[in-house]
Design a protein around this ligand. Structure first.
Ligand code: FAD
Length: 572
């Protein structure tokens, strides 16, 4: 039988299963344990709900929780923050275009769904024990009430969605002296520091040289976040602060440092060119080919790639935004399961962590293992070569490629970027004969290693994380049905070795806000749109993607307030 949540015969205290490690004593017990009361001997527990533990309440974890519909799970969510944050609007929070509380939604609001058994613990996962299926946790370090609480949570299924941390590439002084832009608290801190810099710069005791240094804002990293922050800051300074601090406005300088040759590398070249030109027009000092080697409390040292020259730049504030790295707890787990040499948890296309039972990983902390994908692709090719001649015609080859694209989103992304035609030419070149209409499979293997090197992992974006969360929840929703019919859903029977369709990423396009009410967008089909009208598209897409009506209303009213009254420059 399926257990009823509120059965009077089952013992529970409404807070679910966990054991105290410090403080002593059993606080609560699971459905698996018999009730220590009058009915305990009479009613043995026959079945228990499957325990799902979700680590993290970011894009991946929240999307999983929002899409989970099957009430037959007992879900525990562990995360050090009790809210979901809409990260695409974090740069807007740094300058007060949008208020921090407008982009967050309490997790308990999100999971408060009829019929589902979901509990939230504000704590961080310290360690995962895959052998004993346990997660070791500690109450959130941000909780000011004191008295650290440690506890363990048992699971049948574990969903790891802990995201990533900012990557400093071990550059000396970055951790101590730079701001990051990853969490809501980071954005609030940046906002306060920007105002601090202006207030300090206008004190009568400050010399002109000092004022210039204090008002020098440096952004490291020309990816979408760094670029958007630079643009936001420029707008904040020119539209609002320049009026309030007239004596300081001429000394403000914004510098954007990028180690590669261009900013916004992952975007179409037209967008990159437009952004670079716009920044030049706006007076944002864009330094490409400039690698930061050290940061002290007053200077940032760079090495110019082209000349090898070392430079020291005095600054007032640095924002570091150069990409993401692995969280220590995830790294420890990866070492435990033999993945210590990787940068993110390797999963298969069903998001199952390689080498682990019933553990799934999604979002920024995970990556689908390419190597296995490549082996699978080779197997598909060998199968297509029916008479084992070691060759395929170009026409057959294209059919197989189409098939593969359906199964493997990474290949599809690669081919979309580089055109199937170029790919076929690449293969022909390998054979030394561009006219040949036959593909040699052995040579294809060699070419594949070239493709492998160029093929990018799925990008670490909210879009990927949210789609993975929704995909996994749908698998969980159908899990029971699939266990009842182990041969798999009808369309996979016979040939299918898996119960579910592999995860497929659907790219919906990406935006790059460039300030001055202008945005660039790269939409599916490599359709590029830049300018003021795209800014309105950005407003509508982001308003529609916000997680609740409450946040939607708040963000829209923040935008309206900014249009009418400008941004608030109080330092609170
Ligand atoms: P996160 O959203 O980072 O969530 C991780 C969760 O794990 C958090 O709840 C965290 O508290 C929790 N956690 C951390 N440590 C532990 C622990 N030890 N135990 C338990 N829980 C833990 N993507 C886009 O697609 N479009 C954009 O416009 C965009 N803009 C961005 C702007 C900024 C400023 C930033 C920082 C990112 C942006 N991204 C954007 C990227 C996007 O936010 C990430 O790809 C996305 O958040 C990844 O989702 P996730 O669930 O994997 O991780």
């Amino acid at each position: 039988h399926r257990e009823e949540r509120d059965s009077p015969l089952r013992g529970r205290d409404g807070e679910g299963e966990f054991e105290m490690l410090s403080g002593g004593g059993l606080l609560a017990f699971s459905d698996a344990r018999p009730f220590h009361g009058a009915y305990a001997d009479a009613i043995p527990v026959v079945h228990k709900k499957k325990r799902v533990v979700v680590l993290g309440t970011g894009w991946a974890g929240t999307s999983f929780l929002k899409n989970l519909k099957d009430p037959s799970y007992e879900v525990q969510v562990v995360s050090p923050r009790n809210y979901f944050a809409f990260t695409p609007l974090l740069p807007s929070v740094t300058c007060g275009t949008v208020e921090a509380r407008s982009i967050v939604e309490p997790v308990r609001n999100i999971v408060k769904k009829k019929g589902l058994d979901v509990r939230f613990r504000e704590a961080e996962c310290l360690q995962i024990d895959a052998v004993n299926k346990k997660v070791y946790c500690r109450s959130s370090p941000d909780n000011n009430l004191g008295g650290e609480q440690n506890f363990t949570v048992d699971y049948d299924y574990l969903v790891i969605a802990m995201g990533a941390r900012s990557n400093t590439f071990n550059t000396p002084g970055v951790e101590e002296n730079c701001h990051f832009l990853k969490e809501v608290e980071d954005a609030q801190k940046i906002r306060r520091t920007v105002i601090d810099c202006f207030e300090k710069a206008t004190l009568p005791s400050i010399s002109e040289e000092e004022r210039k240094k204090i008002l020098h804002f440096v952004i490291v990293g020309g990816g979408p976040t760094g670029v958007e922050f630079a643009a936001e800051l420029h707008d904040f300074v020119t539209e609002d602060l320049a009026k309030l601090y007239p004596t300081a406005k001429d000394d403000v300088k914004i510098t954007l440092l990028e180690a590669a040759d261009h900013i916004l590398n992952m975007f179409d070249k037209r967008i990159t060119a437009f952004a670079e030109e716009k920044f030049q027009r706006d007076g944002i000092d864009l330094k490409t080919g400039s690698m930061v080697v050290k940061v002290t409390d007053s200077e940032i040292s760079t090495k110019e790639r082209a000349t090898g020259e070392n430079r020291s730049i005095p600054y007032g504030m640095v924002v570091w935004s150069t990409g993401i790295g692995t969280r220590p707890v995830v790294m420890d787990f990866m070492k435990q399961i033999g993945q210590g040499n990787r940068r993110a948890l390797a999963t298969d296309e069903w998001l199952r962590v390689e080498g682990c039972d019933n553990i799934y990983a999604l979002g920024d902390c995970a990556t689908i293992n390419q190597r296995r994908v490549m082996e699978d692709i080779m197997a598909i090719f060998s199968k297509a070569d029916k008479n084992q001649s070691g060759t395929l015609t170009v026409a057959d080859f294209k059919d197989v490629i189409k098939d593969i694209c359906e199964r493997y989103p990474q290949v599809e992304i690669y081919l979309k970027r580089n055109q199937l035609k170029n790919f076929v030419n690449l293969l022909k070149n390998y054979q030394g004969n561009a006219q040949k209409e036959i593909i040699d499979i052995e040579l294809f293997k060699e070419a594949l290693s070239e493709v492998d090197a160029q093929m990018k992992n799925l990008p670490a974006t909210a879009q990927v994380a949210a789609q993975q969360g929704a995909y996994l929840a749908n698998c969980f929703n159908r899990m029971e049905r699939c266990e009842t019919y182990p041969e798999g859903p009808l369309r996979f029977r016979g040939s299918g070795r898996h119960r579910f369709h592999p995860f497929r990423y659907k790219h919906l396009g990406q935006f790059a806000p460039l300030g001055g009410e202008q945005t660039a967008a790269q939409l599916p089909g490599d359709w590029v749109s830049i300018g003021h009208s795209t800014q309105w598209l950005w407003y509508s897409v982001y308003a529609s993607k916000l997680v609740s009506w409450r946040t939607r209303m708040l963000v829209i009213s923040d935008w309206g307030r900014r249009f009418i009254f400008g941004r608030d420059s109080s330092r609170i």
